[in-house]
Design a protein around this ligand. Sequence first.
Ligand SMILES: NC(=O)c1ccc[n+]([C@@H]2O[C@H](COP(=O)([O-])OP(=O)(O)OC[C@H]3O[C@@H](n4cnc5c(N)ncnc54)[C@H](O)[C@@H]3O)[C@@H](O)[C@H]2O)c1
Length: 272
Amino acid sequence: MPRLKAKRAIVTGAASGIGRASARAFAAEGASVLCVDRAEAVHETAQMIEKAGGRALSMTADAGAETDVKTMIDKALAAFGGLDIVYANAGIVGPMEPITDQTPEAWMELLRINLIGPFLAIKYAAPVMIGAGRGSIVCTASVAGINANAGPPAYSASKAGVISLVKTSANELYGTGVRINAICPGLIETGITKPIFDAAKARGTHDKIGQLNPLRRYGQPEEIAAMALFLASDEASYVNGQAIAVDGGLTSTLPFAGRGGGSQIRALQAKK
Ligand SMILES: NC(=O)c1ccc[n+]([C@@H]2O[C@H](COP(=O)([O-])OP(=O)(O)OC[C@H]3O[C@@H](n4cnc5c(N)ncnc54)[C@H](O)[C@@H]3O)[C@@H](O)[C@H]2O)c1
């Protein structure tokens, strides 16, 4: 039986990367999906889903603008007759300059998309889901919201805000049957990280990317989509108010010199 059979879903940031992979995964498991992004390529995601035999609609919208978020919820309700899942995933990196050169305006634009966007998704999806007595809202945070050195300050602060948002809003919706969780991806090969991958390729150090976590590799969007699918589904019926890292084990470690405890295992393997 498909894991999202008869579910109705919205995915933001669905033109690329994690959002596109998640929209495709949701649809492949039986959900009707409204794909939302400010980029026109969102329509290609819906076409991919339809081509694969799934059901999808698409629209361009700004996931950080209140009127657009309200419109997106209304569109899903009109088209699908209800709403079971919202994956508030759209995000940007924001200001990259040294913190002493950054402007409040750039911070506000980043917070508008990365933090107020998920808040608006909750604001407008929750009443519908409360009415139905059930629903799952998933937000994309980041390992950058847990520890330093995974993103610039404004980005990291916005993602820490998302982690707090899912915990506090899950409790705000006490007793409603609506679950709210976040995913904290590690380094994933997507549009947002393309500059990192391009720079490493240019330097010839592509094989060094992702070496800091115990799995010693970066991740693919489908590996985050797999967690989004789980959290969206009834399989996660008792998972609520959590921020779950999907990062190859990156946030499980303290900084280490050399290759850490794993060196002992490798020494044993080498002896065999
Ligand atoms: N790739 C990683 O390593 C990584 C790690 C941790 C968290 N994340 C988060 O994952 C989420 C998805 O990013 P991705 O890695 O797939 O990158 P991506 O650039 O491939 O996809 C992000 C999508 O969001 C869209 N978007 C940006 N602002 C928008 C807005 N205001 N309204 C509507 N759409 C908007 C973009 O057009 C793009 O299609 C983001 O929230 C990002 O912060 C990514």
